[in-house]
Write a protein that binds this ligand. Structure first.
Ligand code: ARG
Length: 587
């Protein structure tokens, strides 16, 4: 759909040689449509151009070139330039206050045309063209369980990844694996001592965790062992063959485990550069920071004080034993990503436990000498915890439920429900997978992300609730309606007048608004807006289904209603897929 604000900004920029983005920010939407659909207040330019606003308005008007199919006319009223959008296409805009005035016929026709022409690409857009987005998500830690705390990052980040892409952005998804740090020195030591006792090939994460706990206890008792562990890490950094080989083994075994979860969730990444990738990129960061004179020594460590930025805890760049920190690696990553991806926005998806970390890192990043564009583009996107009915379960607490187990449990539970509701269904296994996983994903995305989330099986899998299965169930219903009708009617057989009733129009308005919903998601980095929208659409369809006879004697009525049913199914599917949920054809 056309973004007229952008279009007008472009026209103005061509006429004035001023910055398009800035011009766009001045454009207003007049309350009274007598004054046009958009207005540009020329007094904004009076100072810069040293002319009176009405003079500027007239001068710009002279230079402006518009196509009447889009912009009907441009008028000068006082210091304003008023733009009138061609009424035939005004419905292409999302102008909430104007919708009631618009001919229902035109919107309905347009919506159905768009569905017909775009198929699975409905809602795609060019607004992201030329803009680079980096999304840092999932990022579990090697040799540690991939637990439910990482689920939210994976699912929210994954949804944003797909939605940005749908809107035409160039997106890079990065899995910033936790594969670095002194704990690897410990693991190497533990493995050296007792490796034979543990079957890490068979069950890597569990066994490595056991080794880690054991060696940690020994370190507490024996200073010499701790020293050895530190040595190992140093050796690892220096490229010692034995240490590197072991580390690689731990890493590849862990990744194989993680991949099981990613396969279940359908997650994708463009880059797997984890923390270790930055080990040779940190000296540059330290060098740059040193030159700023802001890197100070404190109790043997090197820190940046952030007191004057309103952050009470300093950012530690190098520990007293000379090793670098999580923050230093993130700083090196910012430098690397700015250079490699030239990002307009870089999003970091972690729980709100890391709010302070990112505040510090983003503040220190301003000292790296990179363009302000990059530091302005850094955004931490925090989310709440997952609470189990049995109590809190945070990323930092010991009580850990493995995500793989949780997802498999979801599939099993979905299977039991399906078995009960539809015992003769074919491919139950495959459908249970879509329903179970879809339920977990939807639950994670339907609440606003900063809220803590309560995880209750009965609620998540309730087919009648505001859940993933409900969306899937509605989709399946659209499929069976089409099946009953025999086929999807041809669009040219659809008479718009059959769809002007209240229930059909509610659906039309929602479908019409789809792209705008996706835009809102990216403005707020909030996939729950799309999840809520899908619930609204599914509900609107249920009402339509209950109030209107779809399969009926009157073929004109039937064709129109079946086509609308098809349109609903399409949007439910596209929307759910963007959230990472797969749709079954039957359930
Ligand atoms: N591995 C970290 C954790 O599990 C998350 C990493 C997030 N990304 C980043 N660039 N710091 O807490």
């Amino acid at each position: 759909m056309i973004d007229f604000k952008e279009k007008i900004a472009k026209i103005l920029a061509d006429a004035t040689n001023l910055n398009e983005k800035e011009l766009e920010s001045y454009i207003e939407m007049p309350k009274d449509s007598k004054n046009g659909d958009y207005a540009f207040p020329c007094f904004r330019l009076a100072k810069e151009l040293r002319k009176a606003p009405p003079v500027i308005a007239n001068e710009i008007k002279e230079k402006i070139e518009t196509t009447p199919e889009e912009i009907e006319k441009v008028e000068v009223v006082g210091g304003y330039l008023n733009f009138y959008i061609n009424k035939d296409i005004i419905f292409l805009l999302f102008l909430p206050n104007k919708i009631p005035d618009i001919n229902k016929d035109i919107i309905t026709k347009e919506v159905l045309n768009q569905i017909e022409n775009n198929k699975d690409n409905y809602g795609k857009s060019k607004i992201g063209k030329g803009k680079n987005i980096v999304i840092d998500y999932s990022a579990p830690n090697i040799a540690k369980p991939f637990h439910i705390g990482h689920l939210r990052s994976t699912v929210i980040g994954g949804a944003l990844y797909k939605i940005y892409k749908h809107l035409g952005y160039n997106v890079t998804g990065i899995n910033h694996l936790g594969d670095y740090g002194t704990q690897f020195g410990k693991l190497i030591e533990g493995y050296k001592l007792w490796g034979k006792e543990y079957n890490i090939e068979e069950n890597p994460i569990d066994e490595l965790t056991k080794i880690y706990i054991r060696i940690n206890n020994l370190c507490k008792e024996d200073e010499k062992v701790l020293e050895e562990c530190r040595n190992n890490f140093k050796k690892l950094e220096d490229g010692d063959k034995y240490c590197v080989e072991l580390w690689e083994k731990f890493k590849s075994l862990s990744l194989k485990e993680f991949q099981k979860v990613y396969d279940l969730l359908g997650s994708e990444f463009d880059s797997w550069n984890g923390e270790a990738f930055y080990s040779d990129k940190m000296p540059e960061v330290i060098e740059i920071l040193e030159k700023t004179g802001k890197l100070i020594s404190s109790q043997g460590a090197k820190i940046i004080d952030l007191e004057d930025k309103g952050i009470n805890t300093p950012c530690i760049i190098e520990k007293s034993n000379g090793s670098t920190t999580y923050a230093t690696r993130d700083l090196a990553a910012i430098l690397y990503r700015a250079r490699t991806y030239d990002f307009d926005k870089a999003l970091y998806l972690t729980s709100y436990e890391q709010v302070l970390h990112f505040k510090q890192v983003f503040e220190v990043a301003k000292l790296l000498g990179i363009d302000k564009k990059y530091t302005d583009g850094l955004q931490h996107i925090p989310f709440g915890m997952v609470l189990l009915p049995t109590g809190k379960m945070s990323t930092r607490e010991g009580k850990v439920i493995k995500l793989e187990d949780l997802l498999n449990e979801a599939i099993q539970r979905a299977k039991i429900i399906i078995e009960e509701k539809n015992p003769s269904l074919e491919n139950k296994e495959e459908i249970a997978k879509k329903v179970g996983i879809g339920a977990v994903i939807f639950n994670d995305l339907s609440n606003s992300r900063v809220k803590d989330e309560i995880f209750e099986w009965d609620q998540i899998l309730n087919f009648q609730g505001e859940t993933g299965p409900y969306i899937q169930y509605t989709y399946v219903r659209t499929k069976s309606v089409i099946e009953k009708a025999g086929k999807i009617p041809e669009l040219k057989s659809v008479q718009i007048k059959e769809l002007l009733d209240e229930y059909s129009q509610n659906i039309i308005k929602l479908i019409y608004n789809f792209e705008n919903v996706l835009k809102q998601v990216t403005e707020k980095e909030e996939p729950s807006i799309l999840a809520r929208y899908l619930i609204d659409l599914a509900k609107a369809y249920s009402v339509f289904y209950n109030e209107n006879k779809i399969i009926t004697e009157n073929k004109d009525t039937q064709n129109a209603r079946v086509y609308l049913t098809y349109a609903v199914g399409q949007v439910l599917k596209i929307g759910a897929n963007l959230l990472g949920i797969e749709m079954p054809n039957k359930m």
